[in-house]
Ligand binder design. Structure first.
Ligand SMILES: NC(=O)c1ccc[n+]([C@@H]2O[C@H](COP(=O)([O-])OP(=O)(O)OC[C@H]3O[C@@H](n4cnc5c(N)ncnc54)[C@H](OP(=O)(O)O)[C@@H]3O)[C@@H](O)[C@H]2O)c1
Length: 138
């Protein structure tokens, strides 16, 4: 089996820009997103910034990627008319104590969460895993 050294072919975003543009404003809302250093979670957080959410809370485990994601969103704010406030609250979804600590921090800083995007993380016990695996695969 050979190893491919070619770069992935870039795929232009076709539908998302119009979809994002047509979303209503998030002005006045507090949006929390788990696992948004990259991928879908990052796009959700970036969309919240673009839709001018008052607060965008990045629930990430600490890493260079988490720092970079927050920086990119601050750049997004600087280069746009968004007045969102972005902050990272450390949250490792594999560590329940970390999740409880993050919840406490959110409670102490914000009146309410308007949008909670549970993008990353799935705490599932083995017994449930066995029972739900057929559904997860379908
Ligand atoms: N992409 C798809 O086609 C697809 C399809 C079906 C379902 N999904 C689900 O959609 C979600 C996002 O998918 P994606 O493709 O955007 O994933 P991704 O690009 O791999 O991003 C995963 C995110 O989750 C974070 N994460 C992983 N473990 C974590 C933990 N213990 N605590 C906190 N954050 C953690 C990662 O942060 P770090 O940088 O810290 O690793 C990263 O920000 C996932 O739950 C995935 O299972 C995706």
């Amino acid at each position: 089996m050979g190893v491919s050294t070619s770069k992935p072919h870039p795929i232009a975003t076709k539908w998302f820009p119009e979809f994002e543009q047509n979303l209503p404003t998030l002005d006045g809302k507090t949006v929390c997103v788990t696992g948004c250093t990259t991928g879908t979670g990052f796009i959700v957080a970036r969309t919240a910034v673009r839709k001018n959410a008052s607060n965008v809370v990045l629930l990430n485990r600490s890493s260079d990627r988490a720092t970079k994601a927050e920086e990119l969103l601050h750049d997004e704010i600087k280069s746009s008319s968004s007045s969102s406030k972005v902050e990272t609250i450390s949250c490792d979804l594999q560590d329940f104590e970390s999740v409880k600590e993050a919840a406490k921090t959110i409670q102490s800083k914000y009146d309410a969460i308007d949008v909670l995007c549970n993008n990353a993380g799935m705490l599932i016990q083995y017994v449930y895993y066995e029972r739900f695996l057929p559904f997860l695969l379908n």
